[in-house]
Design a protein around this ligand. Structure first.
Ligand SMILES: Cc1cc2nc3c(=O)[nH]c(=O)nc-3n(C[C@H](O)[C@H](O)[C@H](O)COP(=O)(O)OP(=O)(O)OC[C@H]3O[C@@H](n4cnc5c(N)ncnc54)[C@H](O)[C@@H]3O)c2cc1C
Length: 293
């Protein structure tokens, strides 16, 4: 382990345990960040050593290469404060989306009921514009604060390029999101709790158990769901190595225990081919690929 200022830098750290699917090779260097001074130190160390930076949140959308990630991986989940001021919420990017949703609901603030059950960090949710049941994080974002590689900037919602499972941050992986300001709407706490409970129950019925990264592909034009096409093609349970199309939801890939990134990539390509064969459409990958491919 290397020490630099207020940070500890792990070498050759395996990343599988930092993802919900439990797959991935090693990061050359890995740093857990708990506050802004640590983030400054990590950026300074990486820049001094001319190393690229990759950020992960809760790893619930990240498929990490078997070859690992070159340079420095920063995990921001320790930077997780949530400050509520009237209808405004200032959230650091490592905060759990589930904790944020539960907290705001308990304060009688509407806007994040759909998020109960999504195992994201706020940062990952902003990059992906995570959403469910007709809501998405973009609906309540007022501004996003990030490091652009040389300085900090704060952008209003309009500049963030939010769309269906996309944002400007997705196309600019050098941007490190540190926090966001959200604006929510006062409402009856009991009503919000009931709504969140309904969404949670729906999710429990439809969402597969097991290690996954959520939906593999985005919905296609005319709202065509890749999972339905794959289901009709009889692919539930189809397996490559340790990676299996979930028997419960055909757009989810499950790690049966010993899946490699390569297994998942082969399966994804097969799923894409079948969808193309059945619809003439090529579905866009929702899963993010991180590392050396
Ligand atoms: C069981 C399950 C259910 C799910 N249900 C849903 C759902 O209903 N709706 C939905 O939209 N998604 C869902 N997902 C997918 C996933 O939770 C979301 O995409 C989530 O937004 C990813 O957040 P994360 O913190 O885990 O991101 P990560 O996987 O850690 O990162 C995702 C991407 O964001 C980047 N990133 C992360 N943090 C930062 C940061 N601070 N600054 C800059 N870049 C950053 C990473 O480099 C990567 O490219 C589900 C996943 C699972 C496993």
């Amino acid at each position: 382990m290397i020490r630099f200022e207020n940070i500890e830098i792990l070498q050759n750290e395996n990343l599988a345990k930092y993802t919900t699917i439990g797959i991935g090779g090693n990061a050359d260097y890995f740093i857990k960040i708990s506050d802004k001074p640590q983030l400054y130190a990590a950026i300074e160390w990486a820049q001094k050593n001319n190393l690229p930076i990759t950020v992960i949140g809760r790893g619930s959308k990240s498929l990490i290469s078997d070859k690992g990630v070159r340079g420095v991986v920063l995990q921001l989940v320790g930077m997780d404060s949530i400050v509520i001021d009237d209808i405004f919420v200032y959230v650091e990017s490592g905060a759990s989306l589930i904790r944020l949703a539960n907290l705001t609901i308990s304060r009688g603030l509407r806007g994040l009921e759909w998020a109960v059950g999504i195992p994201a960090s706020l940062g990952g949710a902003l990059v992906m514009n995570a959403g469910a049941y007709g809501g998405s994080i973009a609906d309540c974002v007022l501004s996003v604060e990030f490091f652009n590689g040389s300085s900090f900037e704060t952008w209003s919602n309009e500049r963030c390029g939010f769309g269906y499972r996309k944002s400007v941050f997705m196309d600019n992986p050098q941007y490190i999101i540190t926090a966001a300001k959200l604006g929510l709407v006062p409402d009856k706490k009991e009503k919000l709790e009931q709504l969140a409970a309904e969404y949670k129950a729906k999710r429990q019925q439809s969402q597969p158990s097991g290690k996954s990264l959520g939906s593999a592909f985005k919905k296609m034009k005319d709202n065509i769901a890749p999972g339905e096409i794959l289901d009709k093609a009889g692919l539930k349970g189809y397996t490559i190595g340790g990676a299996m199309i979930s028997p419960a939801h055909a757009n989810f890939i499950i790690n049966k225990g010993d899946a490699t990134c390569q297994d998942v990539l082969i399966l994804l390509e097969y799923m894409q081919d079948i969808i193309y064969e059945k619809t003439g459409l090529t579905p866009e990958l929702e899963i993010r690929l991180l590392g050396e491919f």
